[in-house]
Design a protein around this ligand. Structure first.
Ligand code: ADP
Ligand code: MG
Length: 562
């Protein structure tokens, strides 16, 4: 078939029953049909699958689709098969197939029936498969969830690293990378690793105007706070993410005891229970799922109304993915995160057991979460900036949909200090990360500064009238405004942008938001007050919980089953 003659609108209707393409789909499909290496960055739910499914269906040969999860592949294969009378139109190739099944797959591919072949990255490394795939016509290779290639992504899979070498064995076939990960660092990694700097890139906006972002300080009252929140949103669907399985169980139980229909979900539950709880949530038999991050990939419930983070996530990327499960139908979606610096320290401690390189990445990612949680600027602007996207916090879509914009914090003029900061970054010759810049400003020495001190001699201590915290906050805000940039190669090294150099020449007013101060004493005071004034309900709840546990233990059943 000559690709120029294909009416892709007609094919869209024929195969999928849709009358219009969504977002950038049409351009992406044209790029793929035109045999270009193509890079697609679209938020979850943006419609990435169709971008490769349609071209695969309408072109000669078989398209190979690499995907990280067997469950996701199976879903897609079922969906594609339902579009056609030919079962062999889509297949999964994986290690669980019998010899007979493998032969059937090979037969269907050879005879040209199979348009889509889903493979896990580890199957693609099998010599036998590679030899076979070399001998049949391949239309293109699509790599779904391509961020798995990057250690900076939220789901690194080492096997993804070998893909390029294998694809090269298949000859000169176009490669399509698709991801919902929008950070510039991950994108760069993907292009580099797949060796496709020539790829036509299509990036959709990551703004989700219907999501409301809120961060609350985490105190020991968190459980009653969550219960109150859910009761105010009675009957609505929601997900609560916790870091540990134990916390998942605890919170699910607390909710149940308080008359909220909730089920736990984590990898420690057996497959049957997990499937059951997931179904209960999808079928609206329960309102709330309390889960670890094991829950969610590939979940497509359109009317999730809130996503609560009981613990802070490991990166802003994960945060964005997890909150992205709210409001997929375009309706309201409340994203509430609880933040305490103690959680950060816990995560850091946990990471300190890992290899150094991994630790560095982990700390850097975590630092961005801290900055997000502490910021008093528009959270939407902050998030989108992280994804390399400009957002006008006054006129942009969804501009007033966060706590900081609705209840602005005090702002102070920081023009002179921004100038000072930019000059220090410029004159230290871009050697330093935020920490060393701040140390230079306040006049503190560490090993890195000792090594380069002559570069910063004249500036040393020039900002000592402000505290470390102040400068850290200022750097974060100046970064978001684009006067400073972080180097991508050597992650974290600060550079003055051209816009920043202009600022040094012609300073303009810079209203700095006073960042939320984490005040431990105050936090503890709240907790103590809560303890001493525990309501009868709360006391009763605690007693009930203990009793329930005892009874359950006696009966040998889990405490959360009613
Ligand atoms: P992603 O992989 O980007 O997260 P999916 O490919 O799973 O997104 O698609 C999300 C949803 O959008 C699916 O339910 C899909 O059927 C739907 N969809 C995709 N393209 C279209 C379209 N052109 N018109 C209407 N719905 C679409
Ligand atoms: Mg997808």
């Amino acid at each position: 078939m000559n690709s120029n003659e294909i009416d892709i609108h007609k094919e869209l209707k024929k195969y999928f029953g849709f009358s219009q393409f969504k977002g950038l789909q049409e351009n992406v499909i044209k790029s793929i049909v035109g045999k270009n290496n193509t890079f697609v960055i679209m938020p979850t739910g943006g419609g990435k699958s169709l971008c490769y499914q349609l071209p695969a269906l309408i072109q000669d040969g078989t398209a190979i689709v690499v995907s990280p999860l067997i469950a996701l592949m199976k879903n897609q294969v079922d969906a594609i098969r339902s579009l056609s009378s030919e079962n062999g139109i889509a297949h999964v190739l994986n290690s669980s197939l019998t010899k007979t099944e493998i032969n059937q797959v090979k037969k269907d591919i050879t005879s040209g029936i199979t348009k889509l072949l889903y493979v896990a990255p580890e199957s693609l490394t099998k010599e036998e498969y590679v030899q076979f795939l070399k001998s049949v016509p391949i239309s293109f290779v699509a790599i779904d969830e391509a961020h798995c290639i990057s250690e900076w992504g939220h789901d690194f899979r080492p096997e993804y690293r070998n893909l390029r070498t294998i694809i090269k064995h298949l000859g000169d076939v176009p490669v399509i990378g698709l991801t919902a990960t929008a950070t510039p660092k991950v994108q760069e990694d993907i292009l580099k690793n797949l060796d496709m700097s020539d790829a036509k890139t299509f990036k959709a906006s990551f703004n989700r105007p219907n999501l409301f972002y809120e961060v609350r300080t985490k105190t020991k009252n968190i459980e009653s706070d969550i219960i109150r929140f859910i009761k105010q949103n009675k009957g609505k669907s929601g997900i609560i993410y916790c870091l540990s399985r134990k916390k998942v169980e605890d919170i699910a139980e607390v909710l149940q005891v308080n008359g909220i229909s909730a089920v736990p979900y984590h990898a420690g539950l057996d497959a049957k229970t997990r499937a059951k709880h997931q179904d209960m949530f999808l079928m609206e038999d329960v309102d709330v799922v309390v889960a670890t991050i094991a829950f969610g990939m590939g979940i497509d419930k359109p009317d999730v109304r809130f996503v609560i983070h009981h613990d802070i996530p490991k990166s802003l990327e994960s945060y964005y993915q997890e909150t992205g499960r709210a409001g997929r139908d375009g309706g309201e979606g409340h994203c509430l995160a609880y933040y305490s610096y103690k959680d950060v320290e816990k995560l850091e401690k946990f990471m300190s057991g890992k290899p150094v390189a991994e630790q560095e990445i982990g700390f850097a990612l975590l630092q961005e979460v801290v900055a997000y949680a502490e910021t008093s600027m528009s959270r939407r602007k902050f998030l989108l900036h992280y994804f390399g996207e400009e957002f006008d916090s006054e006129t942009g879509e969804g501009a007033d949909m966060d706590d900081n914009v609705r209840n602005p914090k005090v702002k102070v003029e920081a023009m002179d200090n921004v100038k000072k900061l930019l000059e220090v970054v410029r004159d230290t010759k871009h050697l330093y990360k935020s920490k060393e810049i701040v140390f230079t400003l306040i006049g503190r020495v560490n090993a890195t500064i000792k090594a380069h001190r002559t570069d910063a001699q004249s500036f040393f201590g020039c900002g000592s009238d402000q505290e470390e915290r102040y400068w850290m906050a200022l750097i974060r805000q100046v970064l978001v405004e684009g006067y400073l940039k972080k180097d991508i190669e050597t992650y974290g090294i600060l550079k003055v942008s051209p816009k920043g150099l202009d600022f040094i020449k012609n300073p303009v007013s810079f209203m700095m938001s006073e960042d939320h101060e984490y005040n431990e004493a105050e936090d503890d005071a709240i907790v103590t007050a809560a303890k001493s004034s525990g309501t009868a309900d709360e006391l009763l709840m605690g007693m009930l919980r203990d009793l329930r546990k005892k009874v359950a233990k006696k009966l040998g059943v889990p405490p959360f089953v009613v």
